[in-house]
Design a protein around this ligand. Structure first.
Ligand SMILES: *Cc1c(COP(=O)(O)O)cnc(C)c1O
Length: 383
């Protein structure tokens, strides 16, 4: 993003000039696999759509601008993005993960990358001494996530960058929950930002995509090479849908954050709620770090995810089944509110791993409905 063009403007204009051949105001869906060449190996910059596609290129240009950097690479899912990033590592190297990392990321390293010779360790990344103690000569990548899922723990990215770089490793940050509107990891020393674009970037629960952004030209070149070599690309239609979602990312994140703050405060005052997890609450773990780190929009905003606990698992399950506006379902980041029980749903695969979440925990993805209606819905479910 140039100094002259702010986030909201870049989301609508960067990479999205009117179509050169027709003047179409919206980037067309170039639903084509191949491109006619003028002569042998003489073409207009596109040869084959795995390698490059005009709709995807527009999206990648815009994603890089929103991150305030040069390079973004799009993938068919968040996991495809993380797997492709992992392929930049060599057998014998290791990765450091948070002890409450996204379950799919844990599974990728535990059950797939391990067989390819890439090891991993998990550590509580809120404890910087523990992170320092976990550094080894083989460490090549620290993969952080903040705020974390589902306990909304906040990690200090500048401190983690210092430790990673001191060990000769890169820092990658899964920024899915915060989005670049609230938090830009590269500005805090990270080397790569990771997204499941399925969530807030798309924002309408109608696509599955991922992306990586970096200012490191060498790494970007390798990632582009792997994007083409491995082939986990998004199609032109999904790229177009994501471009459309990005145009409203700023106003959606403002609404998600305002609604979630109202819901978190209301929950904190509710007699049957035993604990609330939201980085915007003044007594939350990491509140000060979040206030500094999640201020990319100009003022601290803490995002749309809220978790809370009730007295018993029975009460928790009952509450999940009694909301009407909050749909019971996995995923997050859409305009519609969702409620779920992590221990039995999104985080069920952690059973027996020692990384289980409390069975009295409920996770909310607060949508952009009117907060008063959402609070009334929760009030009914908890009564
Ligand atoms: C959903 C999610 C992913 C995985 O993304 P997909 O698009 O589902 O492949 C990775 N990290 C976080 C934090 C997520 O929420």
């Amino acid at each position: 993003m140039t100094d002259a063009m702010r986030f909201e403007t870049a989301a609508i204009h960067v990479g999205q000039e009117p179509d050169a051949s027709t003047g179409a105001a919206v980037v067309p869906i170039y639903q084509t696999s191949t491109y006619v060449q003028q002569a042998v190996a003489k073409h207009k910059g596109f040869e084959y759509s795995r390698t490059d596609n005009p709709t995807r290129r527009a999206l990648e240009t815009c994603l890089a601008a929103l991150e305030g950097t040069e390079h973004a690479v799009a993938f068919g899912s968040g996991m495809a993005a993380i797997a492709t990033l992992a392929m930049t590592l060599n057998s014998g190297q290791t990765v450091l993960l948070p002890d409450d990392v996204y379950g799919g990321t844990y599974r990728l390293f535990a059950k797939v990358m391990g067989d390819l010779g890439i090891g991993f360790t998990t550590v509580d990344m809120t404890n910087l001494d523990a992170v320092r103690a976990a550094v080894t000569d083989e460490l090549a990548l620290v993969l952080a996530e903040t705020p974390t899922n589902p306990l909304l723990k906040v990690l200090d990215l500048s401190a983690l960058a210092e430790i990673a770089h001191g060990a000769g490793a890169l820092l990658a940050v899964d920024n899915t929950f915060a989005t670049p509107y609230l938090q830009r990891p590269l500005g805090h020393g990270a080397d790569v930002s990771i997204y499941s674009a399925t969530k807030y970037l798309g924002g309408h629960s109608d696509l599955v995509m991922g992306s990586l952004a970096t200012g490191d030209a060498q790494l970007a070149k390798r990632l582009k090479f792997l994007q083409n070599s491995v082939g986990a690309i998004p199609g032109p239609f999904d790229s177009w849908l994501l471009l459309r979602g990005l145009k409203t990312l700023a106003i959606r994140m403002q609404a998600h954050s305002a609604g979630a703050a109202r819901v978190a405060e209301w929950l904190a005052a509710h007699p049957v709620v035993t604990k609330v997890y939201y980085p915007g609450l003044s007594d939350a773990q990491g509140h000060e770090v979040a206030t500094r780190q999640m201020a990319a929009s100009g003022a601290a905003l803490y995002g749309g995810m809220v978790s809370f606990e009730l007295e018993s698992e029975e009460a928790t399950l009952a509450a999940c089944e009694r909301t009407k506006l909050f749909f019971l379902g996995e995923s997050l980041g859409g305009v519609e509110s969702l409620i779920e029980h992590p221990a039995r749903m999104t985080h069920a695969s952690l059973a027996g791993s020692g990384m289980e979440v409390p069975d009295t925990l409920i996770r909310l993805s607060v949508g952009i409905e009117h907060p008063d209606d959402l609070i009334a819905d929760l009030g009914h479910a908890l009564s």
